[in-house]
Design a protein around this ligand. Structure first.
Ligand code: 5GP
Length: 128
């Protein structure tokens, strides 16, 4: 099977990256942007996105450059520091989630990692 990813330039995070829609930025780096989720599921709910046109985590993992990959991973680490959720620094923990495609109910087709914390989050996945 040949894999191909079709990035939609009109998705809402593309508009945020172009400055067409405002956001509450937590961190901006060369290749990544972190901002507050508009509909937070917990006291801490940050979205970390690469600036590049990647649809999903698998797309990014397969096609991102080393620079993008490193920058993104470090940006997530920095967001954990900024928000104070790191268990190793007295924070009470967090969950990182990246939804992809229909089974995960991905709503925005630009790769993003949710950093969620500030309350007990229960078990990993709810039963259906
Ligand atoms: P997904 O379901 O794709 O993993 O998550 C998409 C997330 O984007 C949701 O948590 C939703 O609240 C958030 N979101 C959707 N539109 C906007 C927006 O315009 N601004 C911000 N900051 N977050 C958004």
């Amino acid at each position: 099977i040949k894999m191909s990813y079709n990035y939609d330039d009109n998705n809402i995070f593309a508009k945020i990256l172009r400055g067409e829609i405002p956001n509450k930025t937590v961190l901006e780096t060369d290749y990544s942007l972190a901002f507050e989720d508009i509909s937070p599921a917990a006291p801490v709910h940050i979205l970390v996105i690469p600036k590049g046109p990647y649809v999903s985590h698998d797309h990014f993992a397969i096609e991102a450059s080393n620079e993008e990959f490193l920058d993104y991973t470090r940006a997530i680490g920095e967001v954990c520091k900024i928000t104070g959720v790191q268990p190793s620094s007295g924070g009470s923990g967090f969950r990182s989630i990246a939804n992809a495609g229909q089974d995960a109910i991905q709503e925005v087709p630009h790769f993003h990692t949710h950093i969620i914390g500030g309350r007990n989050l229960g078990r990993m996945i709810s039963p259906t």
